[in-house]
Design a protein around this ligand. Structure first.
Ligand code: FAD
Ligand code: SF4
Ligand code: SF4
Length: 396
């Protein structure tokens, strides 16, 4: 195969479909100097079959065939307070995941793995392991050959739920090449993913600050004061340590998109046509168009888009386990750029390159002190998280 056949590294999503379709094992996903997974081709093993081109979402001409316009738009939240507390937003994911497992199916999603807590896609077969997929891990998840595993499960007639970022779902659908009745996909709204290098540097910095190894990290733990307020992790003695999310340098950089993968700055999935059968997200701006639901913001409110007929088969189950209130795509996209950013509004922060350069030269502590500190840190101590979230929504 000629080099340069796969897309430029700037547009590659790192989904890993090319690596997994290659029977000659000529492609390997490896981290680049900033920790983002990219395909490396071993030319001497390549047989020029070009299968990799057919599955690549970054160069497909078939994007329209894998994106669907939402059929239903809901504001939603799980009726079970326990599940609501254990999830990032309105806990819709565990409703569907539990049901698939109860039917003898399998669920794929992102979990922490290994002692260095790496975000990795895993296969879950038992309810007792489902908690590993809960919570948003704000770093790119390594695919871990899960597309191959999904295909094998589907060929064995198992029901499969696969959840991930929109580009991961697009990669899966192109990899599978055809529709399987047993497959249900859930894509998240996604404004961007940091790479593993930035995340590991943060974890090392945090461990040094706290004088303990970091385990079971949660970026948005609701236990102390509800939706979005605290980052937490488990200490070696089993207790949890909570830190104000608004003061965490990693969260500061993540929300300002300083750490994103290059392809996220020109992402074709930041629109209302979706790659998953069902889309789940935070319902930002809920209080503007559904003031009667303002109270939901305390423990998490989801946006739920049902995009295909297969997704519609789950509407009744969702309606049984969650409160569903009909909404509109214009309302939902007003405050959520991941649902509506046309190419002319793509924005790449000027600081991004400097931050990565200085991370490589000086380390995380250096960039945290210079670029990742909120201007009004004292506000985080004086104003409750719930009130801050409301203020933030009005400012957007
Ligand atoms: C990197 C990232 C960016 C996001 N950006 C936005 C955004 O801009 N706007 C918005 O409204 N919502 C965004 N979300 C989604 C939001 O944070 C919640 O994950 C979503 O609302 C689901 O919440 P839940 O309570 O239903 O499920 P939870 O119980 O919290 O389930 C988490 C689900 O997310 C999946 N997941 C977790 N981490 C990752 C990961 N790194 N890669 C792939 N899948 C993962 C799990 O497999 C599981 O399906 C983002 C999520 C991630 C991971
Ligand atoms: S298939 Fe995925 S990982 Fe491979 S080049 Fe395309 S976008 Fe990148
Ligand atoms: S922003 Fe787009 S390209 Fe980046 S991870 Fe999310 S879906 Fe993929």
């Amino acid at each position: 195969m000629k080099t340069g056949v796969l897309p430029e590294s700037d547009s590659c999503f790192g989904c890993g479909a090319c690596e997994q379709i290659c029977s000659a094992k000529a492609i390997r996903m490896c981290p680049d100097s900033d920790g983002f997974q990219l395909p490396i081709i071993n030319i001497s093993h390549c047989t020029s079959c070009y299968l990799c081109l057919g599955v690549c979402p970054a160069i497909t001409q078939n994007m329209d065939s894998i994106l669907n316009q939402p059929i239903r738009v809901y504001a939603a939240r799980n009726k079970d307070p326990e599940m609501l507390m254990q999830s990032t937003s309105g806990a819709l994911f565990p409703i569907i995941a539990n049901e698939i497992l109860a039917k003898g199916g399998v669920v794929y999603g992102c979990a922490w793995a290994g002692s260095d807590i790496t975000a990795t896609h895993i296969r879950v077969q038992h309810e007792r392991d489902l908690h590993r997929l809960s919570h948003s891990k704000y770093v790119q998840s390594i695919n871990n050959e899960t597309y191959i595993s999904v295909k094998s499960d589907l060929n064995r007639q198992l029901s499969v739920l696969y959840s991930g970022t929109p580009c991961q779902i697009a990669g899966l659908r192109l990899f599978l090449k055809k529709e399987y009745p047993g497959l249900l996909t859930i894509d998240l709204l996604c404004h961007g993913v940091p790479g593993s290098k930035m995340f590991s540097a943060y974890i090392d910095w945090l461990a040094k600050q706290e004088h303990v190894p970091i385990d079971d990290l949660r970026f948005r733990d609701k236990k102390v004061s509800g939706f979005r307020a605290y980052v937490s992790f488990r200490r070696p003695d089993g207790s949890r340590r909570f830190r104000l999310a608004g003061l965490e340098p990693y969260m500061y950089g993540f929300y300002r998109e300083y750490f994103n993968r290059e392809s996220c700055y020109s992402c074709p999935f930041k629109q209302s046509h979706r790659s998953g059968d069902i889309t789940i997200a935070d319902y930002w701006g809920l209080e503007l168009h559904h003031p009667e639901l303002k109270e939901w913001l305390r423990y998490g409110a989801s946006l739920c888009l049902i995009n295909t007929n297969k997704g519609m088969d789950w509407e009744a189950t969702l309606g049984k386990c969650a409160e569903l209130v009909g909404s509109r795509i214009e309302y939902a996209s007003e405050k959520n750029p991941a649902l509506n950013t046309p190419p002319e509004l793509f924005h790449r922060p000027e600081l991004r390159d400097r931050i990565y350069r200085e991370l490589n030269e000086h380390g995380f502590e250096w960039i945290a002190a210079r670029y990742l500190r909120p201007r009004f840190a004292w506000l985080h101590y004086l104003v409750p998280a719930y009130a801050r979230n409301l203020l933030r929504t009005f400012r957007r």
